[in-house]
Design a protein around this ligand. Structure first.
Ligand code: GRF
Length: 209
């Protein structure tokens, strides 16, 4: 069976992109392969990480489009088309996609969000969990639908919130699990397996779910 073609959309450092790409590039039997890393920010650190891995990159700067989200998304679509992706992985991609784009890619877009959805949709998730006195936090990989940070959950990883945690220390702990959860979910999603991946702290050494 041919490998599913994956485009990864980023806005920043691209650590999740690198984790996804490294898992695919390290295993010729992986059901998916990275074909493009696309950023809405020209200076995103993830673009260098992608180029260093020999992955094609593209930039569609959202700023010239101003509030015209549709025009930005049409440019996004045009940049994706030549690479014919089967799956889009949003990985630290900080633009909200409108129903127009989501409908065009229905059922083929994943996202990782740094909370245990449905708790803490939106931003500043770690600060909100700490402020609420939660005992645990985590991350969720979900299918992207028109509603923000919603959609069927395909995987979750839980981490403890420790005494003295700051949003930064908690974010670092959660990120460790993001880098294990997202690749595990993509492996299943690429073969049509939608059973949720469930992980808990501490991370397993061999990367098993
Ligand atoms: C991560 O916390 C991820 O959950 C969120 O963006 C943050 C940065 O991700 N979506 P990355 O290092 O750019 O992959």
């Amino acid at each position: 069976m041919s490998r599913k073609r994956v485009a990864i959309l980023i806005s920043g450092s691209g650590s999740n992109m690198a984790a996804l790409a490294d898992d695919m590039l390290a295993d010729p039997r992986h059901p998916a392969e990275p074909v493009l890393v696309l950023s809405n920010r020209p200076g995103a650190g993830g673009l260098e990480k992608a180029a260093a891995r020999g992955i094609a990159t593209a930039v569609v700067d959202h700023r010239p489009f101003g509030e015209d989200r549709r025009a930005f998304e049409e440019a996004l679509d045009a940049a994706l088309a030549p690479h014919a992706p089967d799956i889009l992985c949003l990985a630290g991609f900080m633009r909200i996609l409108t129903p127009w784009f989501i409908t065009r890619w229905e059922g083929r877009v994943l996202n990782i969000h740094p909370s245990l959805l449905p708790k803490y949709r939106g931003l500043h998730t770690h600060a909100r969990a700490i402020a609420a006195g939660d005992r645990e936090a985590g991350c969720t990989v979900h299918e992207v639908t028109a509603a923000l940070d919603d959609g069927p959950i395909l995987g979750q990883a839980r981490v403890p919130i420790l005494a003295g945690d700051t949003p930064e220390t908690l974010a670092a702990r959660v990120l460790t699990m993001e880098h294990r959860l997202y690749p595990a979910v993509l492996r299943r999603f690429a073969v049509g397996d939608r059973r949720p991946v469930v992980m808990s702290w501490p991370p397993k050494e061999n990367g098993d779910a």
